[in-house]
Design a protein around this ligand. Structure first.
Ligand code: PIR
Ligand code: CA
Length: 312
């Protein structure tokens, strides 16, 4: 089976945790490593969570490299109001048996991309874009060497951390500005798409039933995430953002996209951190980016259930 090599740059986080399970469990993904970024919680907490999730998934062969502790310019802003004090409240995780790997995430990302064949690696960021922006500045060759960047972040319609900003981009808009302005093939899996990935009770049951060993952890994750979203964002069910980016890499037919230029506002009075997608018909020529528009919801949850069932 053909596999896609990916680097998952994340800040777990309940939905990042599901993205890790999907990336480990789906046979079409070759997860080269997980890198971490301060975002949903502090860098030390999300890095521990990434290691504990890999332990839970039985994937202790996968390296974890810690990245930046804070955004390029701004102060670190966490999302404890959604993910709790640990960043993964509501779930008991095994202690990691593998030590944290040496070497900064940014150096590891660069070395991994430069030491693999060109056009073979997909970078999947699901947190603030600080590590990816620094990697592009430190080694500009990676921009034409990666196969693509498929990121969870941004929105062309409504935001979450403010009326028109999505949390990952708002955390580090300067980094996002760098990433969106490089001409690598880039897919923005924004809130417009991920708010369709609602984990209803039925879908939660389906993914928990897929693996009895992981059922308590999956239910703990999703029950906590649902309550956060009910209390903080007036949602009935939690949108499970980050695995949508991994799902697009596995099976692009699950997500309809639209080609357009995307830029990041850095100096708005109300809009700093907004991703501005140019959806005018005449603007789509010769650009390398696209936004995700529509999700095959049932196909998405079936993909997760099937990946989870592979985790022994
Ligand atoms: C989710 C996140 C942050 C804030 C809220 N309200 C909800 C995290 C998720 O991990 C996801 O990557 C992205 N940021 C969604 O904004
Ligand atoms: Ca995330």
């Amino acid at each position: 089976m053909a596999t896609e090599k990916i680097i998952l740059d994340c800040d777990p986080g309940h939905d990042d945790a599901v993205a890790i399970l999907l990336a480990v469990g789906d046979p079409r993904i070759d997860l080269l490593g997980v890198t971490t970024i301060g975002g949903n919680q502090s860098l030390d907490k999300v890095t521990y969570n990434a290691r504990a999730m890999l332990e839970l998934a039985g994937a202790t062969d996968i390296p974890v490299h810690a990245g930046c502790v804070r955004p390029l310019v701004r102060k670190l802003q966490t999302a404890a109001y959604i993910h709790g004090e640990t960043g993964l409240d509501g779930v008991d995780l095994p202690e990691p048996s593998r030590p944290l790997d040496d070497g900064h995430a940014v150096s590891w990302i660069i070395d991994t991309i430069m030491n693999n064949e060109p056009q073979t690696i997909t970078v999947v960021p699901t947190g603030p874009l600080t590590n990816i922006a620094l990697a592009a500045r430190l080694e500009p060759c990676i921009v034409h060497r990666v196969k693509q960047v498929v990121l969870m972040g941004g929105a062309y319609n409504t935001g979450n951390s403010s009326p028109c900003t999505e949390f990952n981009i708002q955390c580090d808009p300067e980094a996002a500005h760098i990433v969106f302005n490089e001409d690598w093939p880039l897919t923005m899996i924004g809130l417009d798409l991920t708010h369709q990935a609602l984990c209803t009770h039925e879908y939660q049951q389906m993914i928990a039933d897929a693996n009895p060993r992981l059922a308590p952890a999956l239910n703990g994750l999703m029950d906590y995430f649902r309550l956060s979203y009910q209390d903080e964002e007036a949602f009935l069910d939690p949108p499970t953002h980050d695995p949508c980016a991994v799902a697009y890499v596995i099976d692009p037919s699950l997500i309809t996209t639209r080609k357009c230029k995307i830029d990041v506002e850095l100096s708005g009075a109300l809009t700093t951190g907004m991703t501005v997608a140019d959806l005018r018909a005449q603007a789509a020529n010769d650009c390398t980016s696209q936004v995700a528009v529509k999700l095959d919801v049932d196909g998405f949850w079936k993909l997760i259930a099937s990946a989870v069932s592979n985790l022994h």
